[in-house]
Design a protein around this ligand. Sequence first.
Ligand SMILES: Cc1cc2nc3c(=O)[nH]c(=O)nc-3n(C[C@H](O)[C@H](O)[C@H](O)COP(=O)(O)O)c2cc1C
Length: 280
Amino acid sequence: MTGIFFGSTTGTTESVAARIAERLGVAQADVHNVAAASVEDVKKYDLLLLGSSTWGSGELQDDWPGFLDKLGKEDLSGRRVALFGCGDAGIYSDTFCDAMAEIRDGLASTGCTFVGGFDAEEYPGCGSRLGRGRQRVGRREPHADGVVDRRHRLKPNAMSAGDFSRYDNMKMLLHHIYEFRKGVRDLVLCTLCPTCAGLLIERLRSQGIDYLLQPVTEQKVNLYFGKRSCLDAVQTFVDKPLNKLTPEEDFMLGIMLGYDISMQCERYCKRKFHLSGLIA
Ligand SMILES: Cc1cc2nc3c(=O)[nH]c(=O)nc-3n(C[C@H](O)[C@H](O)[C@H](O)COP(=O)(O)O)c2cc1C
């Protein structure tokens, strides 16, 4: 019996896990997010497909470490384990999909047998801890991210400057989603090109995160996303450009975006004084 266990921060590895399940005919009940799974859940399977994205600099996805600590102490002899993962071969080539190596190493003393592999030649220029000669353990899924996908398929130097800057922007924007989900701030505002906005909106929708779109020019839009209450407040002034906000609206927006409160107060007083000076 096959069980799939995954950890996923922005939903990419989760969707890969679902695709693998569909291809292999694994029931939904046998697909587990490690954030909510227990080691007991693992025991009923003789084939385990374990997936993690890589974060930080070659680290496991956030939900994995606690689970792996426990799993690594179990006796998994007689069980087969195959790995899969999502990563970014372009920006993080040195640590590409290293989380899979973390899982492999974490299970080293369990007696499990690793199965599957891929040819390292498929990923030129990527050096990571996963390598064991040419044949490597696990299956990497660089195509799972729309963004990574496009870049990965391109040969080196085949990216235009525009593609590259969009790609870089997307990395930063995905990080904003990550920070929002971690509770760093309640509201995020990004000014970006409509193509990037489309990609980001897809991601926000798939994660059930609310957003608001404000056209700026033909090449630029403002995308707000975050908590519903903040978006409701933003909705009351999103019909005008940001430089036309009243001092009060400007103050509220800054606070919701997590700006320093005293600096926002200073800015508010300056703008209020300037406006009242103009009127007088
Ligand atoms: C801040 C940050 C750090 C990352 N670090 C790595 C890394 O070291 N190695 C790698 O292969 N990918 C890295 N990635 C790419 C993610 O693994 C990739 O976006 C993945 O698809 C996320 O999958 P998830 O949504 O399932 O968590 C990083 C991404 C971000 C935003």
